[in-house]
Design a protein around this ligand. Sequence first.
Ligand code: HDD
Length: 713
Amino acid sequence: MTNKKTSEKNSSKKEEQLKTFEKDSTKQPLTTRQGLKVNDTNNSLKAGPRGGTLLEDFLLREKIHNFDHERIPERIVHARGSAAHGYFELFESIEEYSKAGIFTDTSRKTPVFARFSTVAGSKGSTDLARDVRGFAVKFYTEEGNWDLVGNNMPVFFIQDAMKFPDLIHSVKPEPNNEIPQAASAHDTFYDFVSLTTETLHNHIWAMSDRGIPRSLRMMEGFGIHTFRLINKEGKSHFVKFHWKPKLGVHSVTWDEAVKISGADSDFHRRDLWEAIDSGQFPEWELGVQIIPEEDEHKYDFDLLDATKLVPEEMVPVKIIGRMVLNRNPENFFAETEQVAFLPDNLVPGIDFSNDPLLQGRLFSYKDTQLSRLGSHNFHQIPINRPLVEVHNNQRDGHMQMDIPKGRTAYFPNTLGGGCPYLSSGDDGGFEPYQERIDAKKIRTRSPSFNDHFSQPALFYRSLAHWEKQHVIDAYSFELGKVYHEHIKERMLWLISQIDGSLSEKVAENLGMEVPKDIEKPINQAVGADANVEEHQPGEKKIYLESSPKLSQDNTVFGSIATRQIACLVGDGFDMDDFGKMKKALESENAVVKLVAPHGGMVMCSKDMKHKVDASIMTTESVLFDAIYIPGGEKSIDALLKKSKFIKFVNEAFKHCKAIAVDNDAERFLEQCSLGNYSDDKAVLVNNEPKKFIEAIGKHRNWDRMEKASEIPV
Ligand code: HDD
């Protein structure tokens, strides 16, 4: 057991390790790569002031040579990402299930590096694409690195790694014209999805609000696969990992997502960076669903099928620890870009299951890192180095950074004293779980994976009315962008397997009919030799009427920490109103920003100057969570002179956000298109700040949704 002092030391150990690689150029002379001091980095060496450049100019050649090689291939998926450092701590030991130090030693603070990402877009694409989000965490444990490489949705699109290239090729920009970027709404994706019925479950999650999070800090994370936990006695339990965000799970609407992509395509990256920078550290609890081995076949679905979740109502999530992200990277490339997550980075006490998707991942990631980072020595890059010492007989290769000592690079040896030596299980050596196997070698899919409709239907049934409407809108948008009628027809039929009224509404928006049946085989994700009938998607089952935990209506509400509040002000705004509101909001750790008709300074009613955070020309309503307008006759007159302020408020209303006004600011609201707002719980006129804070804490007033959809912005 690590004592408290050692634990603090461990948590900063990764920071210290990284610091030894940091380079601070303050007060340092500019040098070449060889350390030669440089006297001119502006002009190349020429034969006379107007003459040709000389080949001997090693300063020019070195500078350009480095520049030419600055880029490495971006990740083939999850290219766009943002990351942060932090720590994990355990609340209670689960030694009855796992012998892993990270799950038994409550005195440890384990350093972590977490990277969040979108899947389909390129490195420079928008943060607000409708997409699955990657949720990858590297734990630098005392037994070596453990990587939990998950997503923000608890299921995956496909069941077998063999289908991964097909899935990704279909969703990525089409190969002939490289269109569209970071968008699933196109023919090739729906051609594939509509023929591969196992995709339906992850697909409806992507069509739900989970596909457009408000913040990376407001997403759940899931390990997705069933893993194993192994205890000291060698007994195995199945486990599913869950990350639960302290701020709850919240999303933006599609209309906002589209507009945010134009107004600030770094919206999520900036949000994560600024929250950490301001000391509002994002936090998630780690939960586990533990299933005894004996129960492996107890469920209506197969635990090895990554397109299925285990409803929390059937197996509760036990919270065992928390992750806090408290430090931004020093350098994006060195850390966020070069970090290499590998699902096969394991520690004793955790092991794989036979999930065929997971098994394929164990090969793919290392392989990808090699082509991305250029050398198999990528584990020596500072962000990837474990905290424990590394000793083995692997040698040489591109970019070897260590200087291994001694004559022996083989095992067994006597010349090196038998070192590095082997460790037994008792001594922390990794021992694979001894699973009994008695099977034929066979290329197939287990029939127990054939139920493709029960869980997407369970998900849809569990959503609140406003979430259901968002799903209808999302399907209608995405399929509306599909050109080929036969693909849309197949999709409509598939959606009708989830819910009849859902497909009817989508069909109406598309101006089509839901087909009664579709020509088999629709599930073409089977081999040519397989019995196609046997592999058709099975009947929809109802083993749970609904799973309330799947709905964002039942998430955590209340906190307004880090929420962005736009205060619309012109010269002469009422300082008494504003001062009271600002104090109340900031005491709850919300971020108050002044948006004015111009940049620079704005004068309040007390003749004090206040710095403007954004002029109305440079910002948009969609970048804020709520709006406040203090009184002040002159200020309101100034706001009314710029029509964009009206659009600003109309848009916030359309997106069901909280709006508060004081005194003569009500005059401004009357010029907007809000209709009768007197009974709207989130439009507050001359109310206490407390009420405004409560309304923001509810995230949105979805009761307004129908009325808001008519606002013409
Ligand atoms: Fe993957 C990256 C998550 C299936 C092959 N994947 C990658 C990342 C995440 C995931 C979060 C980015 C890590 C980072 O931030 O650097 N992938 C998943 C999840 C899956 C999954 C949750 C299913 C449950 N992936 C999957 C399969 C394959 C891959 C089945 C291949 C057979 N994934 C890769 C990859 C990537 C990757 C091509 C690209 C960049 C990288 O690995 O480092 O190897």
